[in-house]
Write a protein of this length. Structure first.
Lengths: 336, 297
């Protein structure tokens, strides 16, 4: 991929929280790229660091407990990892926008929808009320809100969950950001609405060309939507790759576990337990030595208990961009 | 749908005309009968207070020792007090002070308390610590003593009553608003606002404040009677309104000595306080419902 085709490049993103019981590293050396007009998925269990990745990129990690550092984060060629709070604020909503998980609570209940959807325009472009209203109307049409004119003055509680999420997407896209981060945008919606919202996002990517980071725990959504996938576990990336390579040949036992635990309607159910990954995501303050997945891994080797394998190419047959953090694929194998 | 353009055929110009929040609120308020009754009562009271010199049947300060503690009659509708002054006239004049004392300091302490509470809750950290310790001090200190000290050092007049009451009142408002702000701060719409690049001051004004307003209205309707009571306590102790001026609290305080000979002297201003407080409560209820968008349909 050519350098100019990368809209966001994250190198060594690390986020730590200091608490009563010492420091906890919730993100550890996360690096990935987002290509222009691409949809990049971030997948993992609860507590794996997906949402924290989004908040760290946006500069929204709670202060002063949280500390974010990175070797470099470039957005469309501009280094943003060392920007101060006010410079970061000018980027939020204009260059990077975010859509949240809960459409029911991500709109202020006492303010009219159009005022909220248009707020980024007021903040970043200082537009007047009529201009904003006209633009919000356009955006409502773009995101497929029926009867957009009558919905402008609605309050959030007068809209259904699906409409609210459309409004949130309209708000995210209203300043035509370079990057949209969608944090579990469909988790709170019912299944038919889910697919409408996903189709809308893919549609908008095709028409407007926005690059999207899609955070989800649902591999089905990843398969349907994404070009590339980042699998996270306990604050680290454990596998990265093109979506087809990763689904065809999952390299990390964790990814395989995730794929195996998708229920399939076609398989006989009688007498069989639904497959799942045993154990739980480890407490980030008490990580096991070596590979963080070793207590739950079915293929654990002695070396896994001693050293972290690091991200390496995920074996033969896969594309060049396919990497995994596992000794099974490390060039010097389990002998190190 | 509240939009007035809703049933009209689609027309771009029409849609750009935004619905008026004020108009919607007024309409919702007018539908609430109790609130309208309360508003009418308060308006009547305000008119009575303003035009007291013209409409009151007697001179509020004229002493007539041969007409002490008379029962209600056609001349003296509510009887006379221990100096032979007409009780109804005294109540009308008392309304001038009691209404102002009820409303103005409540507004001041509400404004200070809201500002402090939102700043404290939203910014947290050192701001929170300083503001809340200040509020703790205010609450820990006996408030009557504090108000008396203020009145004593600054002198007994109306402006100083405002200062004393605001000083006593803001701390509890700040605490309530702070706790609400703490809850609101974690809401996703605040995070969404921040993700839009909204500045902190804008988040506080545009997103936190409107959500606190219903609470403020309730606090306000509770603060008015409290302020009237405080004024009467101060007046009773001799550092508030000075006789022969009349305030409702003072009237009740002085009148209770003649409870058995002429109960109306104490009870009538007491009833005035009760009705006023009730009226403000109805208005507050109506306002709170009218301001809540989810109740407007």
């Amino acid at each position: 991929m050519a350098e100019t085709d990368i809209i966001l490049s994250v190198q060594g993103l690390t986020t730590e929280f200091s608490g009563d019981r010492g420091d906890v590293r919730v993100l550890d050396d996360v690096s990935f790229d987002v290509g222009r007009g691409r949809i990049v998925g971030v997948v993992g269990e609860s507590g794996s660091g997906k949402s924290m990745t989004a908040l760290s990129l946006m500069g929204l990690v709670p202060q002063p407990q949280g500390r974010v550092s990175a070797r470099s984060i470039t957005l469309d060629g501009q280094e943003i990892s060392r920007l101060g709070p006010s410079a970061m604020r000018r980027i939020r909503g204009r260059d990077i926008a975010m859509v949240f998980q809960e459409p029911m609570t991500s709109l202020n209940p006492v303010r009219r929808v159009w005022e909220q959807v248009g707020e980024p325009l007021a903040i970043h472009h200082g537009l007047g009320r009529r201009a904003i209203r006209a633009r919000v109307l356009e955006m409502f049409e773009l995101v497929g809100i029926p009867e957009p004119k009558t919905r402008l003055d609605a309050y959030p509680h007068q809209l259904s969950g699906g409409l609210r999420q459309r409004a949130m997407i309209a708000m995210g896209l209203i300043c035509e950001p370079k990057l949209l981060i969608a944090d579990e945008p469909t988790t709170a919606l019912d299944v038919t609405t889910q697919s409408q919202i996903l189709r809308l996002m893919r549609d908008l990517r095709d028409r407007v060309g926005t690059s999207i980071i899609l955070i989800t725990h649902d591999l089905g959504i990843i398969a349907e939507m994404c070009d590339e996938v980042n699998v996270m576990y306990a604050g680290q990336l454990v596998e990265q790759g093109e979506v087809f390579a990763l689904f065809d040949q999952p390299a990390h036992p964790y990814t395989r576990g995730l794929l195996a635990s998708i229920p399939r309607a076609t398989e006989p159910r009688a007498g069989r337990r639904m497959p799942s990954i045993p154990g739980m995501v480890p407490n980030l303050a008490k990580l096991p030595p070596g590979c963080r997945f070793n207590p739950r891994c079915g293929e654990v080797m002695p070396v896994c208990l001693r050293r972290d394998p690091g991200l390496t190419a995920a074996g033969t047959g896969s594309g060049p961009g396919h990497t995994a953090r596992c000794w099974l694929h490390s060039p010097n194998g389990g002998t190190a | 749908m509240t939009s007035p353009s809703a049933p009209l055929p689609a027309d771009a110009i029409e849609a750009l005309e935004e619905a008026s929040f004020l108009r919607d609120t007024v309409r919702a308020f007018r539908k609430n009968r109790m609130a309208m009754v309360g508003l009418a009562f308060v308006l009547l009271l305000v008119l009575g207070a303003v035009f007291a010199p013209w409409i009151s049947p007697h001179d509020p300060y004229r002493v007539a020792l041969d007409e002490q503690l008379l029962p209600a009659s056609t001349t003296y509708w509510l009887g006379t007090d221990n100096f032979g002054r007409d009780v109804l006239t005294r109540i009308l004049y008392g309304a001038r002070i009691s209404l102002v004392v009820g409303i103005v300091p409540s507004l001041i302490s509400l404004m200070i308390g809201t500002m402090m509470g939102i700043l404290s809750g939203y910014l947290g950290g050192r701001t929170d610590f300083v503001v809340m310790r200040l509020a703790d001090m205010m609450i820990a200190f006996p408030s009557l003593l504090l108000a008396m000290v203020v009145m004593y050092t600054l002198g007994a007049n109306l402006l100083n009553i405002f200062i004393a009451l605001a000083l006593v009142g803001w701390a509890s408002v700040a605490r309530v608003v702070r706790s609400q702000t703490l809850a609101l701060r974690e809401k996703e719409f605040i995070e969404a606002a921040r993700a839009n690049g909204t500045a902190r001051i804008t988040v506080m004004l545009r997103h936190i404040f409107p959500n606190v307003v219903p609470t403020l209205i309730v606090l306000f309707t509770l603060a008015i009677p409290e302020a009237i009571m405080w004024e009467s306590s101060l007046s009773f102790l001799g550092v508030g309104v000075q006789p022969p001026e009349a305030s409702w609290g003072l009237l009740v305080a002085k009148g209770k000595e003649y409870m058995f000979q002429a109960p109306a002297v104490a009870i009538a201003p007491g009833v005035a306080i009760l009705l006023t407080v009730l009226a403000f409560n109805f208005i507050g209820d109506g306002l709170r419902d009218a301001l809540d968008p989810s109740m407007k349909d």
